[in-house]
Write a protein that binds this ligand. Sequence first.
Ligand code: PRP
Ligand code: URA
Length: 212
Amino acid sequence: MKKFDNVFIFDHALIKHKIAILRDKNTSMKEFRELIEEITMIMTYESMKDVDLIPVQVETPLEVTTQYKVPDESVAIVPILRAGLGMVNGVHKVFPTAKVGHIGMYRDEETLMPQEYYCKLPEGIEDKTVFLVDPMLATGGSAVDALDALKRRGCKKIRLMSIIAAPQGVEKVALAHPDVPVFVSTLDRGLNENGYIVPGLGDAGDRLFGTK
Ligand code: PRP
Ligand code: URA
């Protein structure tokens, strides 16, 4: 795959370990859900290394010192429904006060084109760092459309976080939204004839919620 300045693919031993279990078709729904949350938490730490901090005065038992904090309420989470819901708790573990918006998209099973069916975002989201989360970045259609929708509503600082991606999807998002950092845990070989990521993990929404 071509190299993009806005794409970051993690090479983290713990994430690799967890993804091996996540892919296994015999992994239970409960364990699948827990793994998605744990991987998301690690990804959130890794992807926020460069976040803007503000100086604050802290009084230790010995003296007053200038320290640095993430400003309160500066982060929002937007899962792409449904599967993105599985990643919300992982970001909340790191940013417990983050407000949550929702974008509902589904892929038409024949055309693979994304369809938006819901969008509700917290007030003031324009000024926040927004984590758009979806575990699967396949053709990239859903992510590109969700990013368009967030930008139309004024969001300026958006990061996309996906656990498993196909090269086609990464390329599509990177080209359509070069200003958006894209964080991916693992890059898979490609897509099959039904638009599923291979080797992938199957349908993330179904495995999270037990719908199949
Ligand atoms: C899955 C996944 C992404 C999308 C990725 O959702 O969670 O949103 O497909 O595919 P794309 O990159 O080709 O657009 P799906 O449409 O299966 O809906 P669901 O989460 O409700 O199951
Ligand atoms: N959506 C999924 O849940 N899995 C895939 O492999 C592709 C899209």
